[in-house]
Write a protein that binds this ligand. Structure first.
Ligand code: ADP
Ligand code: MG
Length: 312
């Protein structure tokens, strides 16, 4: 029996709402969310295009997970608590087994955060997944990119560079094998709890999706400041250290994307309130631009991460 657009929605996406915010979910022309009077609605959307954001043969279980993870990471970077998502799917064909796995990966992470899928769209065309996530924040508490102050410490959560290494493995570019790095590439952990802990503490925050140097540069530009990073302080896993030793590709952790860790700035007087998973990697300075202190030498860093439409 072939599956139509509507039975597909019933089968894979429609579930009873479980949050008090959800007044109306899938099945009408729009969904309705109700927030408390002192809360702000926080909204973000990300599109994953086959061949651009993922390899065409990536297991759909990973894809379903990752399309949600990258959006939750954006909410985390604002300090928001995730509430609900919409999902716009463009599929070349109706492959039931493929869809079942996509849904399984999606619901695994959605269940972790008790999120509601409240609507979306289903169309036929080149494989494209667009997910919009909505979260909530107490009024005025958002962690923006524009608040970094001269003297603030620069911090990152977790390790940097694992996903970049995992991508090289998935592409078959290197012989090194690390399950940790591959898993970090396929199934990044959105740092939602860390984002909540940064409320009222971080002066600026961004998630590391396009490469640490490039993402930090967004904070610097929007805050009207500069910074120096200390290369030896950027936290890296044993697998990444191994890669750096053997290849000399020393800047990989600063330029590779997909880690989905948080990068934030915090005044030194408040640093004792940071969760344990944050490491200080540099300092905000008045002089514009990004500098790197490596082996005791200072170099200016004008590195590009991933950018669409840029001439490669
Ligand atoms: P409309 O004609 O108003 O665009 P549709 O017929 O496209 O509505 O969709 C029917 C219902 O199913 C709507 O509530 C829509 O939000 C929901 N929906 C469609 N596709 C998806 C999907 N991929 N995931 C979740 N909900 C979906
Ligand atoms: Mg529609």
């Amino acid at each position: 029996m072939s599956l139509g657009e509507f039975s597909l929605i019933d089968r894979f996406w429609q579930r009873p709402p479980r949050r008090t915010e959800t007044r109306l979910g899938i099945g009408d022309d729009c969904a309705l969310l109700k927030l408390a009077a002192d809360q702000e609605l926080v909204i973000t959307a990300d599109t994953l295009v086959s061949g651009v954001h993922f390899l065409a043969d990536v297991p759909p279980l990973f894809l379903g997970y990752k399309m949600l993870a990258v959006n939750l990471s954006d909410l985390a970077a604002m300090g928001a608590e995730p509430v609900a998502v919409t999902l716009a799917l463009t599929l070349p064909e109706l492959d039931e087994a493929w869809l079942a796995d996509l849904a399984k990966g999606f619901w695994r992470l959605a269940d972790d955060y008790q999120l509601d899928l409240i609507g979306g769209d289903t169309t036929q065309g080149p494989l494209t997944l667009t997910l919009q996530a909505m979260g909530k924040l107490p009024q005025g508490q958002a962690l923006t990119r524009s608040g970094a102050q001269v003297g603030d410490g620069i911090y990152v959560s977790g390790n940097i560079g694992d996903a970049g290494l995992g991508l090289k493995m998935a592409l078959g570019q290197i012989a090194q094998v690390s399950d940790v790095a591959l898993d970090r590439y396929h199934q990044p952990q959105p740092r939602v709890a860390s984002g909540l802990a940064l409320r009222g503490l971080a002066t600026a925050c961004i998630d590391v999706s396009d490469g640490l140097a490039q993402d930090l540069s967004h904070i610097l530009k929007q805050s009207g400041v500069g910074a120096t990073l200390v290369y030896e302080h950027v936290p890296a896993s044993p697998a990444v250290l191994d890669y750096l030793r053997h290849t000399g590709d020393g800047l990989m952790p600063l330029t590779a994307g997909d880690d989905y860790e948080l990068c934030c700035t915090v005044p030194d007087s408040q640093a004792f309130r940071l969760p344990e998973n944050f490491t200080r990697i540099g300092t905000i300075e008045a002089q514009p631009g990004l500098r790197l202190q490596r082996h005791g030498l200072l170099e200016s860093l004008d590195l590009k991460g991933y950018e669409h439409f840029s001439p490669h």
